[in-house]
Structure formats: structure tokens, C-alpha cells
Design a protein around this ligand. Structure first.
Ligand code: SAH
Ligand code: SF4
Ligand code: F3S
Length: 470
């Protein structure tokens, strides 16, 4: 698609500021500040989107609360990736009827990936009548206009047109920490893995202009942020739709030139498009963390084909070999789906064998959940949930053992970690991350938060390391 139709004209984005100003007047209370509650589910992309929504709400004069009964505007930013995620949201949204009963003026909004599904929007329309506004991820930038419409016309609004999607630059943002920040470098997905809902709800792949990404990262580094995570459903597709010939590795190299003491991470990197250029660039760029999330999904080439992943088991293992050749200490993590329709026990065990072979530092593991409208949801799925759970538990046992072993090998080493927050545990007051992204519970003063510190690793378990700030 033509870039001029993808990147929104600055006037269109600025027009939203006018709605924001009018809303500030409409929401003003004589006795107190208007309050907003933003409840976020799903992946980092949604977290980043919520930070934009919070920026808009802040500019409308709102403060923030987690109490639905104390809120004037409630926004639930939803995830559709698995059935469980959706059930949880329906539960939460159902409960909000009580907030509406107590305060009929509260405006309840549902947005994010669930909102983009027609079936969900219909269910909300008919059965959740206390929800005032429903809008999909592609309409996020015009939240002020949509909210203004609801406030002034006093009727419910649904903005879920099936859109290719655009790019809106210059939206306001509220970032929750002064240490870590998310930067979306692209939106949408074109991969249509057969089990996945994301391409149906997030529109087509579109990359932000490199200069916009660079300006945002530069600003964050200058403001003292220490860890910046670049986001996209498949960051390796970055640049394919840009006029200038620039790919993700080139972008990393440009970002790396920004001076300062900070680390760049990114997710997610699709194995089919990850290769030597990316790995060598990561190795050569001092600001880029030697960590890669490379979701394999399955260790069976037959299942990978049915998933439409675009690589075989052997091709994937070759990528891992290349990554490790370029970065011997690279921290590797992955996503796995167990119980894809038609997967046999032997195929699931091929996945277990693959993780034994790769020895990932950590895994995100899921039991397959059919998503209406995706090709996989139409496949016969004869294996029972109980049986899938048995395979899943075997996978977890193997990974827990591997993570435990890898974590033990850190004990006695001294590592540079970023103290990124309080842990809540008085024995280990600080939480921190290694350059590879491993969690370290740290003994040390909370004044260290936001700083890189040398930590001596004194203990470990399956999920984390323990250490002392030196
Ligand atoms: N774009 C990323 C993944 C985003 S979704 C990528 O391609 O790696 C995060 C993870 O959720 C996926 O990697 C997959 O493991 C899991 N997932 C996606 N759809 C699923 C489904 N229908 N059932 C179970 N897990 C699913
Ligand atoms: Fe879903 Fe595949 Fe796109 Fe990832 S790459 S978001 S798993 S369709
Ligand atoms: Fe969920 Fe949407 Fe992210 S479906 S995982 S919030 S892209």
C-alpha cells in the first residue's frame, strides 16, 4: 500500500488535540480531578498502546486510579490471543456493570484486539450494554474523537471497521517507569500463522519511518532511560514497506550510534526472517542486548508446516547455531504451542527433544487454543485436553530442569545488572535484569534503582537468580 495512505497527515493527528481540549472542559469537575482507569491485558504491544491512551487521558486532565468505582472513564485494553485471555476480559467487563450502577456517568470503553473481532463487538453490543465505546487497535489514535462523540451524543459507539491500519506519529504518552521504555517500530502482521488471531485484529504490517524511531529512542536516552525495547509482531519484517532500503539490522545499527549508557532489546523476531546479518549486527552493536526471543512454536517440521511458520526444524536449529556462532553467550528464549490440531504425541515429543537440544534460558509455553476464523480452528482436533496437558507437563518439567541448570551456572559470577524496581521482598529488596534479560533478586539499597550495578550472583532457582550489589 502507498505510504502516503499509511502515515497519517500531521493535521489529522493534531485534530485529535482539539477533541482532547474539548473533553478536558467536559470532564472537568468542580470538586476534584477527573479520574481514569486503564486496565491492560495481553502483550507489550498492548502495554505500549495503553501508555498512549493514558497520554491522551492525561491531556484531558485525568488522573489515574485502579479503582473502577472512583473512575470517570474506564478503558479495558484487551487481548484475543487465547480463549482464556478473552474469558478473563468478559469477567472483568461483566463486573463493571456495578461501577455503572453506582455512577451512571462513568464512560466504559473496550479496546484492543478483542474489540476488533466482530463476534466480540456483537456480544458487547447485545449483552454488555453498560459498555459505551468499543474500538479496535487501528482506531486508537482517534480515541479523543470517539470519546467526545460518546460524551456529546449520549449514545454508544463502535469503531471496528476492518482496516489495513495507519501510523500516527506524535501521540502523547505516559510511561510508567523512568528506567524502561517500549518503542513500537512497526504495527500489524502479515504472517498468518494458521493458529493466530493477530493478523486479523491488528491489520497489515507497517513500519514507522526510521527517523521517527531514532528520534524517540534519542529522546528516551537523553531522558535517562536505560532499557529500551523495540516492539513489533515480527521486527525482522521492519522496513519491507519503507521507500528507503533499510531493514531491521540497519535500524539497530543506526540506533546503536546514539551515545549513552543504555541497552536495546527487541521482540518478537520471527525465525524465518532472522539470519546472519541480524546476528552479526547484534554482536557488533554494543548497545544491543545479546538476547533473542526466537519463538519456535514446535519441534516437528510437519506441525510447523501446518502452522504456516515458514521454516523446518532443521532450518530453525541452523539459525540457533548461527546466532550462537555470532554471540557465544546469547540468551535464547522461545514460545511453544502444545496440542496444535492433529499433533501426535510423537510430534509433541519432538518439541521436547528440540528444547533439550537448544537449551533455552526460558520458555513461554501454551496449550493450543482455537481462535474463531483462523484456518487451524477448522482442523480436526481429536486429542483431549487432558492428554495435551500430560505432554505440556513433560515439556515444562524438561524446561524447568534446563532453566535451573543454566541459572546455577551463573552462581559465583559477577555481572552488570540494571536495578529496575523494588521487589516487595525485604530479603531481596531490588529487582534487576542481566544484560541477557535474566531476573536477579538483589540485595542492595533502593537508591540504586535506575542504575547499572555490579552484582555478585549468590544463588538461583528455576525462574531467577539471587545476588548482592557490590
Ligand atoms: N508475533 C509473535 C507472537 C505473538 S503471540 C511471534 O510470531 O512470535 C505470542 C505467542 O502466543 C505466540 O508465539 C504463540 O506461541 C502463542 N499463541 C498464539 N496464538 C495461539 C493460540 N491460538 N493458541 C495458543 N497459543 C497461541
Ligand atoms: Fe501471530 Fe505468526 Fe504474526 Fe506472530 S508472526 S503475530 S504468531 S501470525
Ligand atoms: Fe494479545 Fe493482541 Fe498482543 S491478541 S498478544 S494483545 S497483539
Amino acid at each position: 500500500m502507498d505510504r502516503t495512505q499509511v502515515v497519517l497527515p500531521a493535521e489529522d493527528v493534531r485534530r485529535q488535540e482539539e477533541f482532547t481540549r474539548r473533553l478536558a472542559a467536559l470532564l472537568r469537575r468542580p470538586d476534584r480531578q477527573p479520574m481514569a482507569m486503564v486496565d491492560t491485558y495481553g502483550c507489550q504491544q498492548n502495554v505500549a498502546d495503553s501508555q498512549r491512551l493514558m497520554g491522551m487521558l492525561r491531556d484531558m486532565g485525568c488522573g489515574f486510579t485502579q479503582d473502577p468505582y472512583g473512575a470517570d472513564v474506564i478503558v479495558v485494553n484487551t487481548c484475543a490471543i487465547r480463549e482464556n485471555a478473552e474469558k478473563k476480559v468478559f469477567g472483568v467487563v461483566g463486573q463493571l456493570v456495578h461501577a455503572k450502577e453506582k455512577n451512571p456517568d462513568v464512560i466504559i470503553c473496550l479496546c484492543g484486539c478483542m474489540a476488533q473481532q466482530e463476534t466480540v463487538a456483537a456480544k458487547i453490543k447485545n449483552s454488555y450494554r453498560h459498555v459505551d465505546l468499543v474500538f479496535g487497535p487501528q482506531a486508537l489514535w482517534k480515541f479523543p474523537e470517539l470519546l467526545y462523540g460518546v460524551c456529546t451524543e449520549h449514545k454508544r459507539a463502535f469503531s471496528i471497521a476492518d482496516e489495513h491500519g495507519t501510523i500516527a506519529e506524535g501521540l502523547p504518552v505516559v510511561r510508567e517507569s523512568g528506567v524502561k521504555a517500549w518503542v513500537s517500530i512497526m504495527y500489524g502482521c502479515n504472517n498468518f500463522c494458521s493458529y493466530c488471531i493477530v493478523p486479523y485484529v491488528r491489520g497489515r504490517e507497517r513500519s514507522r519511518e526510521a527517523e521517527c524511531v531514532l528520534a524517540e529512542v534519542r529522546e528516551l536516552v537523553e531522558a535517562g532511560y536505560k532499557e529500551i525495547t523495540l516492539l513489533g509482531q515480527n521486527v525482522n519484517s521492519y522496513g519491507k514497506d519503507l521507500d528507503e532500503p533499510l531493514d531491521f539490522a540497519d535500524l539497530l545499527r543506526e540506533i546503536d550510534k546514539i551515545p549513552g549508557d543504555y541497552l536495546i532489546r527487541f521482540m518478537t523476531s520471527h525465525p524465518k526472517d532472522a539470519g546472519p546479518k541480524l546476528f552479526e549486527t547484534m554482536a557488533e552493536c554494543s548497545h544491543v542486548a545479546k538476547q533473542i526471543h526466537l519463538p519456535v512454536q514446535s519441534g516437528s517440521s510437519r506441525v510447523l508446516k501446518a502452522m504456516n511458520r515458514g521454516y523446518t526444524r532443521e532450518q530453525y536449529l541452523e539459525k540457533v547455531r548461527l546466532a550462537r556462532a555470532a554471540m557465544p553467550d546469547v540468551v535464547l528464549t522461545s514460545d511453544i504451542i502444545i496440542g496444535f490440531p492433529g499433533e501426535t504425541e510423537a510430534e509433541a515429543m519432538e518439541t521436547v527433544a528440540l528444547i533439550e537440544e537448544v537449551r533455552y534460558d526460558a520458555l513461554f509455553t501454551f496449550i493450543y487454543s482455537p481462535r474463531p476464523g483462523t484456518p487451524a480452528a477448522r482442523l480436526p482436533d481429536p486429542v483431549s485436553r487432558e492428554e495435551k496437558q500430560v505432554w505440556f507437563d513433560r515439556l515444562l518439567d524438561a524446561q524447568n530442569r534446563i532453566s535451573g541448570e543454566l541459572h546455577r551456572s551463573y552462581v559465583g559470577r559477577t555481572l552488570r545488572v540494571l536495578a529496575d524496581g523494588e521487589s516487595g521482598d525485604p530479603a531481596w529488596p531490588l529487582s534487576s535484569r542481566t544484560a541477557g534479560g535474566r531476573l536477579v533478586h538483589l540485595r542492595g539499597d533502593t537508591s540504586l534503582i535506575g542504575q547499572y550495578v555490579d552484582a555478585r550472583i549468590t544463588g538461583s532457582n528455576t525462574w531467577a537468580l539471587f545476588g548482592e550489589a557490590l
